[in-house]
Design a protein around this ligand. Structure first.
Ligand code: C2E
Ligand code: MG
Ligand code: MG
Length: 421
């Protein structure tokens, strides 16, 4: 009992540590290599939340059985705790390691029955190899974890091998995280606004709110780089709250009642508190709900679909509109569109550079515009940089546009706007 996990019957952490130490000694003596593999289930929390703990237990037991069924001599898989597993595999050729990882991947990914439900499970895998990636247990486990962490972040890669530089990257991310918390406390963030215009009339239809940060000692850092770190370290909730409340405060005092579009992270979407926060900020600032739009990405919705849709519906009921951001870069676009009544589709800026010359890019844009039209959802094209791109959009019947051609993100110069009006 002391060496086995009661739920799954797999070896537990204590047993795993012993086995790994023994395997390391054996490998050292024989000159064989040894792979230390970290395994973590994706969306395990969702299964627990949506179907209950009995379902979670069933998944863990089912996976343990499947994994056990694929093991060959000398291979060991243990449950370290929660949805965390680890494996040891002595090997001499990469082919035999790959064979093991293939079997592991197949065992970890698939369906598990629970009552009348089929639960879809999947896992990510990180691999560190003795001797090159570390010579002792803690170093190897740590490096397998770093590789796992990369595998979890990559959408199209379930298995990652440890590479040098991963610890350097992890250290750097921790340093950024620390600076983000400091920025929150010391007022280190500010907001930029980028104009959105009607393609037909050229009128301003709203402004997107973009977060800006000058990282002390490093200069301006792009939100595309620091938002993922804020999500990882948990600062995103506080940062998101700051963005929403500051943007609403500022917009409420504008001389013109333009709309603002605020980006919302997937992690915020997974929290029911977001609804209360939006309500509270609107109450406090007096901003009319019709003037607020939230931008969400497909990835954010897919991560926790059920909860995201509940939260979005509640926010929409407040009178706030919802746009789907970076459309066309996700992987289940049509399904996402069908699942929620979005008020706007924002066509990702990656399509723009090609529309002038590439018939295929133009055809895709045409198809997305047709889709928007048939669903009665206006389409805004992002990243418009040239008059020729704007011409194409106009000819194809696009509703709105945003991009450097129409205005760079910055502060709004109201006096200049008055003059040109
Ligand atoms: P996004 O929501 O798609 O924002 C548009 C990005 O495109 C902005 O980058 C903007 O500066 C850039 N852009 C605008 N016009 C053009 C153009 O004509 N050409 C090119 N090449 N780029 C253009 P930025 O400000 O670096 O933001 C990057 C991403 O970071 C945003 O993408 C958004 O996903 C995220 N982000 C920004 N602010 C926030 C925030 O307050 N909260 C959250 N959760 N995410 C944010
Ligand atoms: Mg956006
Ligand atoms: Mg976008």
């Amino acid at each position: 009992m002391a060496h086995h996990d009661a739920l799954t019957g797999l070896p537990n952490r204590a047993r795993f540590d012993l086995a790994l130490d023994n395997a390391l000694e054996a490998a050292l003596a024989s000159g064989e290599k040894l792979a230390v593999v970290a395994i973590d289930l994706d969306r395990f929390k969702d299964i627990n939340d949506s179907f209950g703990h009995a379902a979670g237990d069933q998944v863990l037991r089912g996976l343990a059985d499947r994994i056990n069924g694929t093991l060959k001599d000398g291979e060991l898989v243990a449950r370290l705790g929660g949805d965390e597993f680890a494996a040891v595999k002595p090997f001499t050729t990469m082919a035999s390691l790959r064979d093991f990882l293939d079997r592991l991947e197949q065992a970890v990914n698939g369906r598990i029955t629970f009552g009348d439900s089929m639960l879809l499970v999947g896992g990510s895998v990180g691999v560190a190899i003795f001797p090159e990636d570390g010579r002792d247990r803690s170093k190897l486990l740590n490096n397998a974890d770093l590789a796992l962490y990369r595998a979890k972040a990559e959408i199209d890669q379930r298995i990652c091998y440890y590479e040098q530089g991963m610890d350097e990257a992890a250290r750097e991310r921790r340093a950024v995280a620390k600076d983000l918390w400091t920025a929150l406390e010391t007022g280190g963030f500010h907001l930029a606004y980028q104009v959105q215009k009607s393609v037909t009339t050229g009128e301003t239809t709203g402004y997107e709110v973009l977060l800006r940060w000058n990282r002390p000692g490093h200069g301006a850092m792009s939100p595309a780089d620091f938002i993922p770190i804020a999500e990882e370290c948990g600062a995103i909730s506080a940062i998101g709250a700051w963005v929403l409340s500051t943007a609403c405060h500022e917009a409420a005092s504008w001389p013109e009642p333009h709309k603002i579009a605020v980006n919302v992270s997937g992690l915020q979407l997974a929290q029911l508190e977001l609804v209360d926060m939006v309500k509270h900020v609107l109450d406090q600032t007096g901003l009319a709900p019709e003037r607020l739009e939230l931008e969400v990405t497909e990835t954010a919705i897919i991560a926790d679909r059920k909860r995201a849709l509940v939260v979005l519906n509640d926010i929409k009921a407040l009178g706030v509109s919802i746009a789907i951001d970076d459309f066309g870069t996700g992987y289940s676009s049509l399904d996402t569109l069908r699942s929620f009544p979005f008020d706007k589709i924002k066509l990702d800026r990656s399509f723009m550079p090609e529309v002038e010359h590439d018939e295929q890019a133009k055809a895709i844009i045409r198809a997305i515009l047709a889709l928007g039209k048939s669903l009665s959802v206006p389409v805004l094209a992002e990243g418009v940089e040239t008059p020729a791109q704007l011409d194409v959009l106009r000819a194809e019947g696009c509703t709105e546009a945003q991009g450097f051609l129409l205005g760079r993100p910055g502060s709004i110069d109201w006096s200049a706007l008055k003059l040109s009006a």
